[in-house]
Write a protein that binds this ligand. Structure first.
Ligand SMILES: Cc1ncc(COP(=O)(O)O)c(C=O)c1O
Length: 482
């Protein structure tokens, strides 16, 4: 990164060796995408600060010895990202920087992340803007019920007492704990008293609290299983030995730890539902002294199958249960709930108090209002067919563009996983795809032991045409790796 060069200031037009670009570095057939990526990098690292002007398309095309259409298309991609805007006679001007440094496909492949979890690279990838972002685990954020939220917040503000705005109960606002108890009874078959519920900042915080209070050195995690949740446990010094997952879900007989984290309703990332037999085995294992942590992260999103009861609804004495609104409304709310067996409750509340003195109160009351008024269920009814259409679009696109791929876990959730025959680096594929403006997660990020290459593809947050576009790019890139 050349930081010694003075940045182009407002109104100035960069010089002849614009960004030291050399068209020889561009892949054949992908020149516009390559140019757009280089320009995003320059905006991100400050070589093209907000307010600076891009060269006229004719000038840059002549300099790079490409057709003007290549440059125009690259600029158009940046316009669509919201990074630049046409300003009439002033030309094309940088108006916003990406939120994090762009890391290039090469740095993904070369990174120490391959095979070893590295939080910084993971988070950097999350922050990179992409033309089509197929990151899993995100609902349709454009469908966030802004009007209903606003109405609920207005109702809440009209009735909150001054005392409600002080430091509250670290377990969470009583109104939300009541609403969550009702929600879990209606939607997950769980009978629980509001007194037993702790409001948390998402499943991720729930895992951090459990890691602190369970008093175990290791918690087995599904393999494949969520890298993010493994990182949260690892952050508290808890080892996360792999527990294999097969077509029936977690292999309980292979458990070799005092506790296990499991996603029974929709295993992440394979989408397998924990079978009846394995559920019974797991609950027997818990009755014999094992600790089960149930991550119910996207249980509400199901399309072609009946609801799967929560483990917690079958046995409460041994099952810790965590859920959140991250997949129902938006991860940005950072609101979730944790249920623990009574013997752990006081310690969990103490850990939560020491973490942050409790969640923000206004959002808690607003969510309670949404839950109790039926607006959240209405949102779910609205989302389901929308997500299902997107899921169908992704399956159709995979069939059309990725012959030979096997689709896993499409009956529920917000993502699906595809695996490929053969053996090649899915990290390298994800990196190459990112170079073409499409963001996906390689399956091997979520594995602790080697397995078939694959990709984890989120569909809920993208339109059918974006999905088709993104999967077609994967289809174009993939043959280079076979
Ligand atoms: C399997 C799984 N569990 C938990 C989480 C964390 O969710 P939250 O936003 O509730 O912390 C994620 C996030 O994507 C996830 O994929």
């Amino acid at each position: 990164m050349n930081r010694s060069k003075p940045p182009a200031g407002e109104g100035s037009i960069p010089g002849a060796d614009f960004l030291q670009l050399s068209i020889a570095d561009a892949p054949a057939g992908g020149r516009s995408a390559w140019l757009a990526t280089r320009l995003r990098s320059a905006i991100s690292d400050g070589r093209l600060p907000v307010g600076s002007r891009l060269p006229a398309t004719r000038v840059l095309a002549a300099e790079l010895r490409v057709s003007r259409g290549v440059v125009t298309e690259a600029y158009q991609r940046l316009v669509e990202d919201g990074h630049v805007a046409g300003r009439g006679r002033a030309g094309t001007v940088v108006v916003a920087a990406p939120v994090a440094p762009v890391f290039t496909p090469a740095s993904v492949v070369d990174s120490p992340f391959v095979g070893t979890p590295d939080v910084s690279v993971f988070d950097t990838l999350r922050a990179i803007p992409a033309r089509v972002d197929l990151t899993p685990g995100v609902p349709d954020l454009a469908a966030f019920p802004r009007a209903a939220w606003l109405r609920a917040e207005r109702t809440v503000l009209g009735s909150l007492s001054a005392a409600d705005l002080g430091y509250g109960d670290p377990r969470g606002a009583p109104a939300l704990r009541r609403a969550v108890a009702h929600w879990l009874a209606r939607n997950r078959g769980i009978r629980v008293s509001p007194e037993e519920i702790v409001i948390v900042a998402g499943v991720s915080q729930a895992l951090g609290l459990l890691a602190q209070v369970l008093g175990v050195e290791s918690i087995a995690v599904e393999d494949p299983g969520s890298l993010g949740t493994r990182q949260h446990l690892g952050n508290w010094g808890v080892a996360t030995p792999p527990a294999p997952v097969d077509a029936l879900g977690l292999r309980v007989s292979a458990l070799d730890a005092p506790a296990v984290l499991v996603t029974p309703a929709h295993q992440f990332p394979t989408g397998v539902v924990l079978s009846g037999g394995r559920r019974r085995e797991l609950l027997d294992w818990a009755a014999a002294g094992g600790i089960v942590i149930e991550d119910d992260y996207d249980a509400e999103h199901r399309y072609d199958r009946p609801p799967v009861p929560a483990l917690r609804s079958m046995r409460s004495a041994e099952v810790c249960y965590a859920g959140s609104v991250s997949k129902l409304l938006a991860p940005a709310l950072r609101l979730g709930w944790l249920l623990v067996p009574p013997r752990l409750l006081a310690d969990v509340v103490w850990a939560k108090r020491n973490a942050d003195l409790g969640n923000g109160v206004l959002a808690q009351f607003t969510l309670a209002e949404l839950m109790e008024s039926g607006a959240l269920e209405q949102q779910l009814r609205f989302l389901r067919p929308r997500h299902r259409r997107r899921r169908d679009a992704m399956i159709a696109s995979v069939r059309a563009s990725l012959p030979g791929a096997t689709v896993h876990g499409a009956a529920a959730g917000l993502h699906l996983t595809v695996t490929f025959p053969g053996s090649f680096s899915d990290v390298a594929v994800a990196a190459a795809v990112l170079g073409e403006g499409v963001k996906v997660q390689p399956l091997s990020w979520h594995r602790q032991r080697p397995g078939r290459p694959g990709l984890v593809l989120g569909y809920a947050a993208r339109t059918p045409s974006e999905i088709a576009d993104g999967v077609a790019v994967i289809g174009r890139v993939l043959p280079d790796f076979y």
